[in-house]
Design a binder for this molecule. Structure first.
Ligand SMILES: [Zn+2]
Length: 60
């Protein structure tokens, strides 16, 4: 369960390793955190015009 497969040589290694001990393949850094940041940025980008519109409606 706590193992991952090396895409380069196909060997099962510990999930905590970022470097394959057999072929020295470097695993890319987990993108989970980056996806969260992108999601937040997208939400802000979409929400900002709506908030602006809402403020304009209130000020009328
Ligand atoms: Zn490998």
């Amino acid at each position: 369960m706590r193992q991952k497969e090396c895409p380069s040589c196909g060997i099962e290694i510990d999930k905590n390793y970022n470097l394959c001990p057999i072929c020295k393949y470097e695993f890319p850094v987990k993108s989970k955190f980056n996806i969260k940041i992108i999601a937040v940025i997208l939400i802000i980008l979409f929400a900002y015009p709506l908030i602006k519109l809402f403020i304009n409606l209130i000020n009328k």
